[in-house]
Design a protein around this ligand. Structure first.
Ligand code: HEC
Ligand code: HEC
Ligand code: HEC
Ligand code: HEC
Ligand code: HEC
Length: 426
């Protein structure tokens, strides 16, 4: 998040904050009460106590070092490199490599860390809890108030982001979901399998598995009464959750490791229904033309968009037969949770809540005949970061200057047109 480091600089991303302690007793009660009458696939009820316990243990921070591997492990079984896993799990590796999780130590964060590791190592380390979470990715450890070199540090892992081992390996043991048929028992003696087989648990199928990096704790930074990062809670109150859909159902369909989201136009389109309708089929010059744009999000499992970082821009204007805009006919709306760079307040929250809708009623007197109404919806997935990196560079980003420049360029390239339609009015 953007917070004031002890050195006085503004650093971070809006998501950075204290980690959730997922199993607060209050939440266990709420989750226990949230079992539902209808029981459709795949998982209708809240997580069991055993699943909660597994998730709390698996995601305790900081994640402890793996320790020594079992003596009988071959070099490839000992390795935590994604490529090593990929030798036997090529499909997941190929997916992961193209995903945002694999790029989560990109120039935007690395550029901030260059100076931060010296000026404010505690803040710098807090970034890693989500962006590069395993112990082997940390060059230094805090011991008794002093920073010491981390004996387990693996420089080849440091820049690799949320690696396979973050989610699947603890103390060199593999953990994963049940087989697709639901079974969990090992079919052969575990010691006879590569990496001694694995422990299979349904906790991998739960939204709670994702929450420690995608939800702030109740005592984390909140604006207007809502945590800055609130995806899990938004999901919990959503129609999707009532239907038993988890984060994985939409973001890992068929167990793919793509995690497509706001940066992927097809993914966003798959979640929305966008309808543009004129009130009447035909208008004449001088008439007041009326049209309505409606956006609903039946296949999104949280607010659209869920974070403060994207902005979605809706534009409606009249155009003539040459495609020129009619002056004064433009209507613009912003869908997003707007915050200033210092995160001091919420300017507005115009996101589409789960189950909700966005509606733009357009009405204009037509100055001529032959006009059409053009509606565009543009997504700027990194709108906040464009402003943030621009401000950082104008203040001087120090040793990270070059990387921040690259990151800024990337935020500008990520914008795309989600929807464009021209409606004949006469
Ligand atoms: C030498 C080959 C090999 C390597 C290297 C390897 N695995 Fe595996 N992995 C296997 C085999 C074989 C199974 C099936 C075990 C079983 O069915 O019990 C498996 C099963 C799994 C499963 C469960 C798969 C399923 O079908 O449900 C996960 C998750 C997993 N491995 C993760 C990893 C990760 C993460 C790494 C790297 C840190 C890794 N593996 C490295 C061979 C390998
Ligand atoms: C609670 C987990 C969490 C922590 C802690 C965290 N982040 Fe993030 N960060 C995220 C998530 C989730 C996103 C993706 C959503 C978005 O783009 O805002 C993100 C995105 C970013 C981005 C934009 C994408 C990119 O790679 O350029 C930057 C930059 C960033 N974080 C920097 C930081 C810095 C610096 C810190 C530490 C001061 C930090 N983050 C701490 C979860 C976290
Ligand atoms: C952010 C967490 C995360 C990361 C990173 C991750 N996985 Fe997974 N993986 C999961 C989850 C969750 C599932 C179960 C998904 C489901 O069932 O919907 C899973 C399932 C699997 C399976 C079982 C697939 C099947 O068809 O049954 C394998 C194998 C696997 N992962 C390997 C890997 C490898 C290899 C990497 C790195 C290249 C990796 N995973 C990275 C969370 C992760
Ligand atoms: C160890 C922390 C961690 C865990 C666990 C984790 N994520 Fe993430 N996730 C991140 C970070 C960090 C980013 C942002 C990376 C960046 O942009 O630099 C991110 C980004 C994403 C995105 C972003 C897509 C976009 O277009 O911006 C999606 C979707 C996502 N995660 C889904 C999931 C799901 C589903 C799970 C659970 C199976 C999960 N994540 C578990 C840390 C995590
Ligand atoms: C019913 C399907 C569905 C479920 C369930 C769901 N998502 Fe999404 N998610 C989407 C779609 C579609 C998008 C793209 C539109 C958008 O950005 O909201 C998306 C976008 C995202 C993004 C991109 C950032 C942003 O600002 O929108 C993240 C991160 C994310 N989801 C995480 C999660 C997590 C974590 C969960 C579980 C707590 C979850 N999602 C549950 C469908 C779903």
């Amino acid at each position: 998040m953007l917070h004031h480091s002890r050195a006085g600089h503004v650093v971070g991303c809006p998501e950075m904050n204290r980690m959730v302690s997922l199993v607060s007793p209050a939440m266990l009660v709420v989750l226990a009460m949230s079992s539902r009458a209808e029981a459709p696939p795949p998982l209708a009820e809240g997580p069991s106590a055993a699943e909660q316990e597994f998730i709390a243990r698996h995601w305790r921070r900081p994640i402890p070092p793996q320790g020594p591997p079992p003596a009988r492990f071959s070099p490839i079984e000992r390795s935590l490199q994604p490529e090593a896993c990929g030798a036997c799990h090529p499909v997941q590796f190929a997916d992961w490599q193209g995903s945002i999780h694999a790029r989560s130590m990109g120039p935007g964060i690395a550029g901030q860390l260059v100076d931060l590791v010296r000026t404010d190592p505690l803040s710098a380390r807090s970034c890693a809890t989500c962006h590069a979470p395993i112990a082997e990715q940390r060059p230094e450890l805090l011991e008794g108030g002093r920073w010491i070199a981390n004996p387990d540090f693996d420089s080849a892992l440091q820049g690799r982001g949320v690696v396979c081992a973050s989610c699947h390996v603890r103390e060199h043991q593999r953990f994963g979901p049940p087989r697709r048929d639901g079974s969990t028992a090992s079919r052969a003696p575990r010691a006879s399998l590569p990496h001694n087989g694995l422990t299979r648990t349904t906790a991998f199928l739960r939204s709670e598995f994702c929450a420690s990096c995608h939800q702030f704790a109740p005592d984390g930074l909140a604006l207007a009464g809502k945590p800055l990062e609130n995806t899990y809670e938004e999901w919990r109150g959503s129609p999707a959750a009532r239907r038993g859909l988890q984060c994985q159902s939409c973001h890992m369909p068929d167990r793919r490791h793509l995690w497509r989201g706001i940066h992927d136009a097809d993914m966003v389109r798959s979640g929305l229904d966008i309808v543009l309708r004129a009130a009447r089929p035909r208008y004449r010059s001088g008439d007041i033309a009326r049209a309505t744009l409606t956006i609903t999000t039946p296949r999104v499992g949280h607010a659209f968009p869920t974070y403060v970082t994207p902005a979605v821009l809706v534009r409606a204007e009249l155009i003539d037969s040459d495609g020129r805009a009619v002056p004064g006919s433009l209507e613009e709306r912003l869908i997003g949770r707007q915050v200033p760079l210092d995160l001091s307040r919420e300017i507005a929250d115009t996101r589409i809540p789960p189950g909700g809708r966005f509606r733009l009623d357009y009405a204009r007197q037509l100055p001529a005949s032959g006009l059409r109404l053009r509606v565009t919806v543009t997504v700027l997935p990194d709108e906040f970061y464009t402003r943030f990196f621009e401000t950082m560079l104008s203040a001087g980003a120090g040793g990270g200057d070059d990387q921040i420049r690259l990151a800024l360029e990337a935020t500008r390239r990520s914008a795309y047109t989600l929807y464009e339609k021209e409606l004949a009015l006469s």
